[in-house]
Design a protein around this ligand. Structure first.
Ligand SMILES: C[S@@+](CC[C@H](N)C(=O)[O-])C[C@H]1O[C@@H](n2cnc3c(N)ncnc32)[C@H](O)[C@@H]1O
Length: 236
């Protein structure tokens, strides 16, 4: 279920070679004016949280992630920021002793894919259907009523390869499955394979996602994010 151990040591160089625009992601987050505390689910190596902590130095921030080697990179990166606390947790068993006014995931546990003018669909790092319900159930307990959940938007996945900033070759391959798709990630230095990782994703139509999320108190808010980076849900 969404384990990133194989990729952890290479994650930062792949992502900061243009895979995600972290400054723009944080522009969207701060536009929601979080005041009390923010939770990132699937914070990985902490690239978003570092940018957020720099911009909002008084804001208490929590990051959780399943994969220990990802989190240990985040721990080093975020050590200078006393406002940030990190915890190794699976969202399906999330247990923190506070509620948050804003929770978000960008490429973390759940995200939406929007392909042109087609309807969004939900992509989950959690392959098991029941475990997705457990994840939303546990998350709901950690967001204050009236609070906001933002789930990132990505473009459609496709097979490609590209040379990243250190000259290595990143490639990905997508295989459709009955429950969604499997994504294979590779990193090569010349002909030498340095990393491969496979993640099985479950997908949900927009109607299925909204129905599941509503069961746990997440109501879709059709307000468009200025950067079109997140879909918004209100905890009701
Ligand atoms: C593509 S990374 C995104 C990291 C970070 N949000 C970023 O933008 O760089 C996905 C992360 O989600 C985490 N993840 C996947 N399934 C999870 C789960 N069930 N509970 C907690 N974290 C999970 C993985 O360990 C991984 O670090």
């Amino acid at each position: 279920m969404g384990d990133y151990t194989n990729m952890a040591g290479y994650y930062d160089v792949i992502m900061t070679s243009g895979y995600y625009d972290y400054a723009k992601i944080v522009d969207s987050l701060v536009s929601h004016h979080p005041e009390h505390n923010v939770l990132e689910i699937g914070c990985g190596t902490g690239l978003i949280l570092e940018e957020l902590a720099k911009r909002q130095p008084k804001l208490p921030i929590t990051g959780i992630d399943l994969t220990a080697p990802m989190l240990s990179i985040a721990q080093k990166r975020l050590a200078p920021f006393s406002t940030v606390s990190l915890s190794q947790q699976n969202i399906t068993e999330l247990s923190l002793n506070q509620k948050h006014d804003l929770a978000f995931s960008y490429g973390g546990v759940w995200y939406f894919v929007i392909d042109g003018d087609k309807e969004p669909f939900l992509v989950s790092h959690i392959a098991d259907a029941h475990a997705n319900h457990l994840g939303f159930e546990h998350l709901a307990k950690h967001i204050a009523i009236g609070g906001t959940l933002l789930l990132g938007i990505q473009g459609p996945h496709h097979d490609y390869e590209t040379v990243i900033s250190n000259g290595m070759k990143y490639s990905q391959k997508i295989d459709p499955t009955e429950i969604g798709f499997t994504k294979h990630y590779y990193l090569h230095d010349a002909e030498t394979k340095l990393m491969d990782q496979t993640v099985t994703y479950r997908t949900y139509t927009f109607a299925e996602a909204k129905k599941m999320m509503r069961t746990y108190g997440f109501e879709y808010v059709p307000t468009q994010d200025a950067n079109k980076l997140f879909l918004q849900f209100k905890r009701v």
